[in-house]
Design a protein around this ligand. Structure first.
Ligand SMILES: Cc1cc2nc3c(=O)[nH]c(=O)nc-3n(C[C@H](O)[C@H](O)[C@H](O)COP(=O)(O)OP(=O)(O)OC[C@H]3O[C@@H](n4cnc5c(N)ncnc54)[C@H](O)[C@@H]3O)c2cc1C
Length: 334
């Protein structure tokens, strides 16, 4: 798919209920989309969310419109070398000098970070106040010299970068919403981000199981299709059952969210289950493809490689467990 067309389609999805995204997947619209593509979609939707909700008209004009038109690429700068799970401990600073912010620090794991015509939605400390009240979101154009590309296990068609800021100056009007509200804004879209992540993967899991059924039906071993063996068809039935359970949880959480409820617990449960189930689906299905599963251009092997990120990116499994424990009131008190 051409990048411009792709980005425009993303915009159509943004702010639509997660259930709709998943239904689009079911109708085949993104049947062959891979996880890399979805990770770009996710990055876009998260960034657009903030800008759309809290950004000034001027910022929307400068950054949102060209992104919708497919002329600029966006990326998200939250994680740092020393701060991933613990976002409150980021060190990047934006110090106000006159009518500018002077930014120093660096961001790690920035998806899309190496591409030209890019801008970043950055989380930085804009004061020395308490960690949840001293952060702000800032939009700024990026230039390539301070960017270093990271080689990865999977997600090869989505680039990931380490970005450095050395006395980078931006006008104060580049701030999104109110100064000091960056952490709060960051958390506001958390439920949508989790639900998005789940909604985009369940259909891919269906696709992997379906492709595996097709392959094992025609591949014969000892004169019988691989699918004939009960260990194979039972396992595929188990996996499909788990996917359906996950889908039900997603739909329930989404329906409650649309009605205005706080679904952080359910969304975190769904995100946790997604990462773990994707690993099971990838591992079991790849096995049934034999050597073909180990070749790099098979969808199942890409899924195996790429799905490992689901338990890490956008909040690790352990972070999801911490959130669930908080809601269950079982977290050990310090
Ligand atoms: C390919 C890729 C793309 C990414 N894209 C972006 C992006 O575009 N923008 C962005 O800002 N970030 C991005 N990230 C960063 C991602 O969000 C972080 O990697 C993630 O939040 C984890 O942070 P960390 O890597 O620093 O791990 P750490 O925080 O160092 O975690 C290390 C381990 O400690 C565990 N842990 C944490 N808390 C607990 C606990 N309470 N109990 C037990 N164990 C715990 C974690 O689960 C993990 O297993 C990306 C990451 C990758 C790999």
């Amino acid at each position: 798919m051409k990048r411009t067309v792709f980005y425009r389609s993303i915009v159509l999805w943004n702010n639509l209920p997660v259930g709709v995204c998943e239904i689009k997947g079911k109708t085949g619209f993104k049947k062959r989309l891979t996880l890399e593509v979805v990770s770009c979609v996710l990055v876009f939707c998260i960034i657009f969310y903030y800008l759309n909700q809290f950004g000034s008209a001027e910022l929307k004009e400068e950054f949102l419109l060209p992104s919708i038109a497919g002329d600029k690429v966006a990326c998200l700068g939250v994680s740092e070398v020393g701060a991933g799970s613990d976002v409150s401990s980021i060190l990047t600073k934006a110090v106000k000098k006159g009518d500018e912010y002077v930014i120093n620090g660096g961001k790690m794991w920035t998806t899309n970070g190496t591409q030209a015509w890019i801008w970043i939605r950055l989380l930085a400390n804009t004061s020395d106040g308490p960690p949840h009240r001293n952060k702000s979101l800032i939009c700024l154009p990026m230039h390539l010299p301070g960017v270093h590309k990271i080689e990865k296990l999977g997600m090869w068609s989505s680039d990931t970068a380490e970005v450095f800021f050395d006395d980078v100056r931006v006008p104060c009007k580049s701030i999104v919403g109110q100064e000091g509200m960056g952490f709060t804004y960051q958390m506001l879209q958390f439920q949508e981000e989790q639900l998005w992540a789940v909604g985009n993967i369940v259909t891919m899991m269906d696709n992997i199981i379906q492709e595996t059924i097709q392959y094992t039906r025609q591949r014969k071993i000892f004169k019988l299709p691989v699918l004939y063996y009960q260990s194979v068809n039972f396992r595929l039935a188990e996996l499909q059952t788990e996917v359906e359970l996950l889908r039900s949880l997603l739909h329930r959480a989404t329906a409650l969210y649309i009605k205005g409820n706080d679904v952080t617990k359910l969304a975190s449960m769904a995100k946790l289950k997604t990462g773990r189930l994707a690993r099971e689906v990838g591992d079991s299905c790849l096995q049934y493809w034999g050597g073909m599963g180990f070749t790099s251009d098979m969808l199942v092997s890409r899924f195996y490689r790429d799905s490992r990120l689901l338990s890490i990116g956008g909040g690790t499994d352990e972070v999801m467990l911490v959130i669930i424990c908080k809601y269950m009131d079982t977290l050990a008190k310090k």
